[in-house]
Design a protein around this ligand. Structure first.
Ligand code: CA
Length: 221
């Protein structure tokens, strides 16, 4: 899953970055409101962590911009200071899904992220289960027919993104964004190699290639 963090506090941002990278998320981090608005207008993220007080463009304005776009149901978690109650209420009314008061426990942040992703994928249960494959976002464990299957971070990321939307084609751009964010994407065939690995580790019919577009797991598989 690809997360955009918009936060101008360097220490807090660094802490979040380190914590989420160890959890198989791809984190892109911006500390400027206008840069964030620009990024959000041209790229897709699975979740946004949004500070409210930001240079150049306020977090509330960014939030309104996201919610004014009809196609955007991306979950937004706002990060606020304790004394910002009225600001926080405005944030929730403007379409934020949840909030955390600074300073917060990083494990609570991780749990809230999992809950928000679950909710926006229309699941109440914590496990993603499909065609004999189960993926646990909390423990990062993947099982096939009950047996644990070891996964690299990238294989896990890719499988998580595909299993979250059975029956829906996930584009190559989206998958590449999920794997790398704004980092260099390395060799051109890496996505294919990872898909190949997943088919081999799980089962060959799990992931279907939609030529020129992307990949999907069949909803009836
Ligand atoms: Ca701030």
């Amino acid at each position: 899953m690809r997360v955009l963090l918009v936060e101008d506090d360097k220490v807090l941002g660094d802490g979040i970055r380190v914590a989420l990278r160890s959890e198989c998320y791809t984190l892109d981090w911006l500390s400027d409101g206008l840069d964030a608005a620009h990024a959000l207008s041209c790229e897709q993220f699975d979740l946004i962590l949004l500070d409210l007080g930001l240079p150049r463009l306020d977090g509330l304005d960014i939030l309104r911009m996201i919610r004014n776009r009809t196609d955007s149901e991306v979950p937004v978690l706002i990060l606020t200071a304790r004394d910002e109650t009225s600001y926080r209420i405005k944030g929730l009314d403007a379409g934020a899904d949840d909030y955390l008061i600074k300073p917060f426990d990083i494990d609570e942040l991780k749990a809230r992220i999992r809950a928000l992703l679950r909710r926006c994928q229309g699941r109440a249960r914590p496990l993603l289960e499909h065609a004999g494959v189960s993926l646990d976002p909390a423990s990062q464990e993947v099982r096939y027919r009950g047996d644990v299957v070891p996964m690299t971070h990238m294989e896990f990321q890719l499988l998580h993104q595909l299993l979250a939307r059975p029956g829906v084609v996930v584009t190559r751009e989206r998958l590449t964004g999920t794997l790398y964010g704004w980092k260099e994407s390395g060799q051109g065939n890496t996505l294919e190699v990872l898909i190949h690995n997943l088919r081999k580790k799980l089962h060959s019919g799990l992931i279907r290639t939609v030529r020129g577009v992307g990949y999907l797991v069949e909803s009836h598989a």
